[in-house]
Design a protein around this ligand. Sequence first.
Ligand SMILES: [Zn+2]
Length: 449
Amino acid sequence: MSSEKYLVRGATLPGGTRSDLLLAGGLITETGTRLSAAGATTIDADGLIALPGLVDLHTHLREPGYEQSETVLTGSRAAAIGGFTGVFAMANTSPVQDTAGVVEQVLALGEQAGYVTVQPIGAVTVGLAGKNLAELGAMAESRARVRVFSDDGACVWDPLLMRRALEYVKAFDGVVAQHAQEPRLTENAQMNEGPLSAELGLAGWPAVAEEAIIARDVLLAEHVGSRLHICHVSTAGSVDVIRWAKARGIPVTAEVTPHHLLLTEDLVAGYDARYKVNPPLRRREDTEALRAGLADGTIDIVATDHAPHPTEAKDCEWDAASNGMVGLESALSVVHASVVADGRMNWADVARVLSAMPARIGRLSGQGQPLESGSAAELTLYDPAASRVFGTDDLAGKGTNSPYLSMTLPGRVNATFHRGYATVLDGVLRPTDEVRAYGATAGAGAARG
Ligand SMILES: [Zn+2]
């Protein structure tokens, strides 16, 4: 099967100009007005924003080991329907992604699925146990070419181990992505610490437990001269610490999740475990600081922390429920609602924080490129004028633990193109067998570079 050929007509580029885009042979081959191409499928993109395909630096695909929650295939489908063309798969699988063998397995599952580029993340420590460094070099040199290392779900708490990890990844231009949570300060923590946690009788997760680890780690990164990335920043104080570190020239990058941009701790008052997440939803002052930090570049990217769970893990008492929310399918709409709708950020900013920068931080080639002739045909068409009551029909992965169900969200992904073939058209996912066939012929090598 040869690759598909598409003529996208009259799309609005992130910078605001309108253009046609010709996709052929896995590349954007031409841009401009009044393009024509024999044999191409024409897509009327009048009123649609064209964005470079979205890239998520923080996705939990759950396979191997937790296939009842998600698989690489179902998570890839959730990514495509959300406008993503690349995802970084977190290491807390079973077995843990702490060896070359396991990261290569996840890479291969992603290639077979064919919906998005699945780039495995490697664990920092063996079994995420926080005791011994994992085989970072072997994972970096494997076919999966791992560049991002994280024990996400657990904090690399031991400062000497963190220092060693930062030193080690320098050899291959890697980055350590820290889940910043001081464990002693957050034992059995259930929600943000403050007046509301006291009122609800739930153990608090204090902001200082995040800020103290970030402060320590930016100083370690400065000391050893290595790249550090902070996962899911959730407090105003963390934004201040990162702003200070960047002003000092420390090579730190940071992410914020869509849910921490939009939602606040008040939602916990109903004890609905859909709102239970780690780090927890914070105060209005925190969401405001996170939005400002994203807009001024202190926070580099938006990452979903897509965390699917089976129904029984959420449909229970608050204390017993698992942490986490699904986020791939809703991310672009939530970013639209939280920072674009009020004019704080424009679509060029969105292309930066949801595509170009996550690809750059993760050193992922073939993703996050500008929409111009010669770039890989990785793009998303988004209808900003659409509006919908978000429902389970909008979810494509296994998890239904979305905090946005029954909320009205702006916008809708109209189409997603990965390696030159459409994974989503008119808001509908292409069937798995079709995508697999195109994925197999498009080849893994071309886009990975
Ligand atoms: Zn985490």
